[in-house]
Design a protein around this ligand. Structure first.
Ligand code: ATP
Ligand code: MG
Length: 361
């Protein structure tokens, strides 16, 4: 059982749009750090196209085209195909097979209680519609399919944003239940959340609770310099902060929340950012303090934020330009990653069937 001791990362994204800075601070940035740490035996990054189809079944072209967008976002953010494997979920038939066996271990009531599923059903308005337009069973069950993804690759660590906590918790329950019924087979994963609340769930540029592809309030990793500046300069701040001399609120103020994520404790280059772009302050707390006291204008803070974001986005854009020159090589990366991952999933499925005593021949 030395397999059990392997340290494995699994994360992923739905190919429903280009990736934004919320994905970056919520998960992508950490993946790159972990990938480069050399502390993991495997780093697997999954493009969850089958999951994306559970609420985009009528728009397969959207899902298909975003596979390339998301892959380019990964590579440009610093995912290195020599160290990480990028895979396409739908191309691994072992995953739905595992899902089917796990379905017996989860009740409808338990799924209904999953807070992320609840919120997403509400957001999509499924529960208010007539039967034929209601919640698709595939969508309702996606936490189970996510458990299959995580366990198929024997992931021990799942770096993700806050919305993924209930998913990993449900996966752990499934693992415990499976192992207690059929014998020790599956590995229990742990979620790895970013340090700051800001990075765990970055709000939208409109101040709404979550930056999200489906809400149109995003700064994308692929946005050009001018677009980013326009978005930053028109961001919401504290509506009570009218004159520069007025005391301002930093709490709940999206501009300061972004700064927390990009120039606060989660940012390894925070000190350098202040030295270079805001030398009047040692760190974010000092800048916040000034804003709360009054005398620090929104435009100045936004300009700083723009510089901070550019510092992160500039190398990302440069890498993207390189990869875009050779899309065929990107397809090869996906093929190789998927093949590698399927081998692991096949082994897990074989172990699962053995434990369940359904390996007849
Ligand atoms: P969709 O609207 O299609 O669900 P999404 O923007 O919510 O898209 P996902 O693909 O569901 O993105 O999430 C991918 C990863 O990014 C997850 O780990 C999730 O926790 C993280 N993430 C997504 N949005 C944010 C955000 N605003 N702040 C921090 N992390 C985020
Ligand atoms: Mg989501």
């Amino acid at each position: 059982m030395s397999e059990k001791k392997r340290k494995v990362i699994l994360t992923g994204d739905r190919p429903t749009g280009r990736l934004h800075i919320g994905h970056y601070v919520g998960s992508l940035r950490e993946r790159v750090v972990l990938q480069n740490s050399g502390a993991f035996d495997d780093v697997l990054i999954m493009i969850a196209d089958a999951q994306a189809l559970t609420d985009n079944w009528d728009n397969p072209e959207k899902v298909r085209s975003n596979i390339m967008n998301v892959t380019l976002d990964y590579l440009s953010a610093g995912i290195d195909p020599k160290k990480s494997h990028i895979l396409i979920q739908s191309q691994i038939p072992e995953l739905p097979e595992l899902t089917q066996y796990y379905m017996n271990l989860v009740t409808v009531q338990r799924l209904q209680r999953n807070p992320t599923v609840k919120a997403e059903i509400k957001l999509r308005g499924f529960s208010e519609r007539e039967e034929s337009q209601g919640t698709p069973v595939g969508f309702f069950c996606y936490p189970i399919s996510q458990a299959a993804d995580i366990t198929a690759f024997r992931a021990t660590v799942v770096p993700a944003g806050e919305d993924q906590e209930p998913m990993v918790e449900q996966t752990r329950e499934i693992v415990r239940k499976f192992n207690s019924i059929y014998g020790e087979t599956l590995v229990e994963p742990e979620i790895l959340l970013p340090k700051s609340a800001a990075s765990r769930r970055l709000p939208g540029t409109d101040g709404k609770a979550k930056m999200s592809k489906s809400l149109g309030n995003c700064i994308y990793l692929s946005d050009d310099e001018k677009t980013v500046k326009t978005k930053v300069m028109s961001m919401f701040t504290d509506p009570g902060h009218l004159k520069v001399s007025d005391p301002g609120k930093t709490e709940g103020n999206p501009v300061f929340i972004y700064l927390e994520a990009f120039a606060g404790e989660d940012a390894p280059n925070a000190k350098q950012l202040f030295e270079e772009y805001a030398p009047d302050y040692q760190n974010l707390s000092e800048m916040e303090e000034h804003y709360r006291r009054g005398g620090l204008g929104d435009v100045k803070v936004k300009k700083f934020l723009n510089n901070v974001l550019e510092e992160a986005l500039r190398p990302i854009r440069a890498r993207r330009a390189e990869y875009e020159k050779d899309l065929q090589s990107v397809i090869e990366i996906l093929k190789d990653g998927t093949k590698y991952a399927e081998n692991i999933a096949a082994q897990t499925l074989s172990d699962v069937k053995k434990s369940m005593q359904i390996n007849y021949f």
